[in-house]
Design a protein around this ligand. Structure first.
Ligand code: ADP
Ligand code: ASP
Ligand code: MG
Length: 814
């Protein structure tokens, strides 16, 4: 015999019930027991109805009407007209009894657990009756059997315990004396020896099916639901989760105990003892293989089989200096909880025995605090123990796998990947079986934690980076185009999946949790909401994604001021904006420290030399023990462009204008021409070399006339350039006469830095620097006379964008 159980979604309406018909109809050569849940959502409606009635709220009648409509509609849609009236009148008369029961609760203004069980039993009773009628009408040899006549329990209403001896005898007897091919039975409900209706706990239809399967020693128990098996993690929270092909009873039990709702935890025990395989299948995709649950094949398969989560947890810890001295303290602690019928989900105890901490259901937390504080009143009074408190709003996440015990490093990997993503762990437990490592975290972090762990243990091949991009001007738009072009390559070759989740310019901002389509980002952004930096940050926090990276393509001081908030949330920062790293030394140090502390890289390669790998090279020199003595550099692509193109046939004004138009200058060209930009760069190089320096200690011999330096906007600035043309011509002439070229040079030596225009003679390393190229000479302990030279295009949107991109890939490999 086979036992098939169909859950609430699988029997939610006539359409789904037709699928059930086709699945059951395909089984040949063996008899079947079909156990069904209430139609999806009906159990909740019945409970709400009873609660409203007990609060004497007449609204309960509307719910009753809704329940009636759903069942009657289903009959009308399923049964042929001539067979409808008998079924309709049977269901109506059952609903009349239900109405009388609930009216009773309304009149006396209360319900009891016993009444609630009676009320909810109608959900399964009606669905199983209707389904049996339909299967019969549609040509199957089917009958209805009330499970309450077979499954006998104690009278713990709401979650009754099965009395197996009587129950097994009843079930065997029924199936021995009945030859119908398809037996439809209500799940979840049972009865006590006194004949009262009881229920087996929410989700308990799975258990009904298992009890029947074990009693008749069925060849297989099939759980038909709305997902294609037991997944590596809850598929509603982890998109990349996959159905597990094969899993052991113990693993399945552990996963379901820690929240994999697809299987009600007690379900496994009865079938395990008879070694009956469970197959979890999808009613909506009957051809998917689903998950097979059997005895463990020791040593085979993956170490981590699945990750589960359970919400609504509170931590209660008993602690105090007197813990060690008080005998039997844990025994008393657990006894008190057990007497109050509070079940403990998880236990941890520090080895010092200074505290015991338990995870319990949040709704039991207040009661737990009261009973424990009462029980230990004397010890608390005499200060041996602290009064217990409950911390609510928590969840447990657990890694589960039979083979975890034979592998080292799993918990290390678990906690380091959570740590990298700023998931704070409140408590940890590892079962002695080592089939489970669990951690308590705050509820808000569950989705991120599950996805982080899923990526670490199941998707090692591809790492997802979630980008939030601020600024889509020259550099930003090129950057987005480059990401679009490289996406496929990165995924295939570097196993990095780059997803741009948020974009903002100064006017609008847009988010898409599935990634903004990069062929269409301009369109998406133009239709976005008004830009607001605080809300941009708030949204990134709310999404709470792992591997989040904030990309700053602006030159804005306000945006630079946000980095600290990002790093504090373990969100990495990649920026071409030099303001933060050239701000006061304390701020620079703080950002670097936060990046280390919160495991969030803070990268700004493009602050010096655009896409040239200058800072990265410097970082490696320092990390490998080298020391920088002197730096000489031409660091301004814009100034280089200007002085390379300026001569006695051009005007200074025109050349600067051209540099601005071609994107070689900052939006405000005075920042380049005044030398401030170069000061910032040499400052950053000095700081990254390990020296403490501030910008006002850098000497700047500006070639600009005082009047140009004092202008307030671009127009005024350009006007002064036109006006002072002779002065610029004079500079050119003097250099030309000495056969020199003019270069704007930055120098750092002996802890001092200066910038200024130099006449560079033929033969010098700087003489042949073309176009907007940059060059840096590092004189170090290892390169004392012949410096380490980095040279190449040092300005322009495309190279800057590629430098930002390179930083992002560095984070991907972090
Ligand atoms: P049914 O009504 O068929 O009994 P349930 O809602 O009780 O179905 O269980 C199926 C649901 O369990 C899925 O829709 C899914 O949201 C949830 N679930 C949680 N964890 C897992 C997991 N690891 N694998 C599969 N489903 C899971
Ligand atoms: N209908 C019950 C519930 O919703 C039992 C079940 O579906 O398994 O909890
Ligand atoms: Mg279920």
């Amino acid at each position: 015999m086979k036992v098939l159980k169909f859950g609430g979604t699988s029997v939610a309406s006539s359409q789904e019930i037709r699928r059930v018909r086709s699945i059951v109809g395909n089984i040949t050569g063996t008899r079947v027991a079909v156990v069904v849940s209430a139609m999806g959502g009906i159990t909740d409606l019945l409970l709400t109805m009873a609660t409203l009635a007990s609060e004497q709220d007449p609204e309960y009648k509307k719910i009753l009407k809704e329940i009636e409509n759903r069942h009657l509609t289903c009959i009308r849609e399923l049964l042929p007209v001539d067979q409808q009236s008998a079924a309709l009148s049977k269901v109506k008369s059952e609903l009349n009894i239900l109405e009388t029961l609930v009216e009773g609760a309304f009149l006396i203004g209360e319900t009891t657990p016993r009444l609630l069980d009676k009320v909810v039993s109608y959900g399964e009773l009606l669905s199983s009756f209707i389904i049996s009628q339909f299967l019969n009408a549609d040509g199957l040899d089917a009958c209805f059997k009330d499970s309450r006549e077979l499954i006998i329990t104690n009278e713990v209403f709401g979650k009754a315990a099965v009395r197996f001896e009587e129950t097994n005898a009843n079930i065997r007897d029924y199936f021995e004396h009945n030859n119908t091919q398809v037996n439809v039975l209500p799940g979840f409900i049972a009865s006590s020896s006194n004949g009262n209706s009881t229920t087996l706990g929410r989700g308990g239809s799975d258990y009904t099916a298992a009890v029947i399967a074990a009693a008749v020693e069925a060849e297989e128990l099939e759980i038909w639901t709305d997902v294609s098996g037991m997944y590596t993690a809850n598929p509603k929270l982890v998109k990349q989760a996959k159905a597990i092909e094969h899993i052991s009873y113990e693993e399945a039990m552990e996963l379901s105990h820690f929240g994999a709702k697809v299987l009600y935890p007690p379900t496994i025990q009865p079938v395990l003892s008879k070694n009956i395989p469970i197959r979890i299948k999808n009613t909506f995709q009957p051809d998917s293989p689903g998950t097979l649950v059997t005895r463990s094949e020791n040593g085979k398969g993956k170490t981590v089989r699945g990750i589960s989560n359970i919400g609504g947890i509170a931590l209660v810890s008993l602690e105090g200096p007197g813990m060690i001295g008080i005998p039997g303290i844990s025994k008393r602690f657990f006894e008190v909880l057990s007497l109050a019928e509070i079940s403990v989900v998880m236990i941890t105890q520090a080895s010092s025995e200074h505290s015991i901490c338990v995870g319990i259901a949040e709704q039991d937390a207040d009661l737990a605090v009261t009973v424990v504080n009462e029980a230990f009143a004397y010890e608390i009074e005499s200060r041996k123990l602290k009064p217990v408190l409950a911390e609510k709003g928590l969840a447990i996440i657990a890694l589960v796998g039979d083979n975890m015990k034979s592998h080292q490093g799993l918990s290390g990997k678990m906690f380091s990947s959570l740590g990298k993503n700023n998931v704070n762990i409140r408590a940890i437990a590892q079962g002695a079986s080592e089939r489970n490592i669990s951690a308590v975290i705050v509820q808000e972090d569950v989705k991120k934690a599950l996805n982080t762990l899923h990526e670490a243990f199941f998707e090692e091949q591809v790492k997802q980076l979630n980008l939030f991009v601020m600024g889509v001007g020259n550099v930003g738009s090129k950057f987005l185009n480059q990401v679009q072009q490289q996406k496929k390559y990165l995924k295939e070759n570097l196993k990095l999946n780059i997803r741009v989740v948020g974009i903002s310019n100064s006017r609008t901002m847009a988010f898409d949790e599935n990634g903004i389509p990069l062929t269409d980002w301009e369109q998406v952004l133009s239709k976005g909401q008004p830009a607001n930096a605080d809300q941009f940050l708030a949204q990134i926090r709310k999404l709470n994604y792992r591997n989040s990276i904030f990309v700053d393509n602006t030159a804005s001081e306000d945006v630079a001021a946000m980095y600290e908030s990002f790093l504090l949330q373990s969100i990495s920062v990649v920026t071409c904006n030099k303001i933060a790293c050239s701000s006061d030394y304390e701020n620079y140090r703080k950002l670097k420290r936060l990046a280390r502390e919160y495991n969030a890289p803070f990268l700004f390669e493009t602050n010096v030399g655009a896409g040239l790998p200058i800072l990265d090279t410097l970082k490696h020199l320092i990390a490998s023990g080298d020391r920088v003595h002197k730096i000489q550099a031409v660091l301004s692509g814009s100034l280089n462009f200007v002085w390379n193109n300026f001569n006695d046939n051009t005007t200074f004004y025109e050349v600067v204008k051209q540099a601005q138009e071609e994107g070689y200058t900052e939006p405000d060209p005075k920042i380049d021409l005044s030398g401030i930009d170069v000061m910032r760069k040499i400052l950053i190089l000095a700081r990254e070399s390990g020296y403490q320096l501030d910008i006002d200690a850098i000497e700047n011999k500006s070639f600009l006339p005082e009047e140009s330096l004092e202008t307030k906007d671009n127009d005024a600035f350009f006007n002064t350039l036109e006006k002072h043309e002779p002065a610029f011509q004079q500079l050119y002439k003097e250099a030309a006469e000495e056969d020199c070229k003019l270069k704007y040079v930055a120098e750092f030596a002996d802890g001092q830095a200066n910038v200024g225009l130099h006449k560079i003679p033929r033969g010098h390393d700087f003489y042949n620097l073309e176009g907007s190229d940059n060059i840096v000479l590092f004189y170090t302990e290892r390169y004392p006379r012949q410096p380490l030279i980095i040279k190449g295009a040092g300005a322009g949107a495309a190279v800057t964008a590629s430098g930002i991109f390179a930083d992002i890939i560095r984070i991907g490999n972090f």
